[in-house]
Design a protein around this ligand. Structure first.
Ligand SMILES: Nc1ncnc2c1ncn2[C@@H]1O[C@H](COP(=O)(O)OP(=O)(O)OP(=O)(O)O)[C@@H](O)[C@H]1O
Length: 232
């Protein structure tokens, strides 16, 4: 079942008196339970792809369908609700709230959804544990954590909402090999167990090797990469 689809998406940015084409006729379908990796050179459009899929940027043309909803037809309010309900986002810039502890970063997701924060505590703790944050670290605020620890809180928070679509930009960039491998395991497990449609941008070959499918982005265009070339 396709959970995320992009059809002939074009995105441009202003560039002096011209427009720079960041995404050029990009089409993509990601199924429930599929882990898709997107690689490609710097500036090729990978982050733009995630931003459009996250409904944070509107494409100039083309269609973006998330969990059966054509996002072009939604109001800003409906798009925010769609994001909160169905999309987990882990971008490079940490957008953790400075005044909240690691545990509270997750609980606020439940609060925004109108769920029971008390009931969510245990699951939030277990999820932070699974990304390697012990009880003491879970009680710390972002400025008391390392960059890699903040990245892991980000990942746990995105997973906490059990999103249908998970969008991850360079999930292991701030982590050492062993921690990176644990995050990869977690992403692969969550994708399979919760039937999440996961798209991750990565330069990490170990991560690419774990993906079900690898796509290459060059100059705003997406192309399939034969998997054996990645695994060699
Ligand atoms: N807000 C913006 N305004 C203008 N141009 C932008 C903007 N954001 C990105 N670009 C340009 O769009 C192109 C695609 O950028 P994007 O960030 O999507 O690439 P990327 O593949 O994610 O790069 P990297 O691997 O370096 O993060 C680049 O040429 C970039 O300079």
């Amino acid at each position: 079942m396709t959970v995320l689809s992009l059809d002939s998406v074009r995105l441009t940015y202003p560039d002096g008196d011209r427009r720079l084409t960041a995404l050029d006729a990009v089409s993509l379908e990601v199924a429930a339970g599929e882990l898709l990796a997107v690689a490609g050179p710097s500036g090729s459009g990978k982050s733009s792809l995630l931003a459009v899929a996250a409904t944070l940027l509107r494409p100039d043309s083309g269609q973006v369908v998330v969990a059966g909803r054509d996002t072009a037809r939604l109001s800003d309010k409906e798009r925010t609700a769609l994001r909160r309900e169905h999309i987990g986002i882990v971008f490079q810039q940490s957008n953790l709230l400075g005044s909240l502890t690691a545990l509270e970063q997750l609980l606020v997701v439940e609060h925004l959804r109108g769920g029971s924060v008390r009931a969510a505590r245990e699951r939030a703790g277990a999820l932070l544990d699974s990304v390697g944050l012990d009880a003491a670290k879970r009680a710390r605020r972002p400025h008391q954590l390392s960059g890699g620890e903040r990245q892991r809180v980000n990942i746990a928070r995105a997973l906490f909402g059990r999103p249908a679509v998970l969008l991850v930009d360079e999930p292991t960039s701030a982590l050492d090999h062993e921690r990176g491998a644990r995050i990869v395991d977690l992403l692969a497990r969550v994708t399979a167990e919760h039937a999440t449609a996961t798209v991750m941008v990565t330069h990490d070959r170990a991560l690419m090797a774990r993906a079900d499918r690898l796509l290459d982005m060059t100059d705003g265009r997406l192309a399939a990469v034969p998997t054996p070339a990645v695994r060699s």
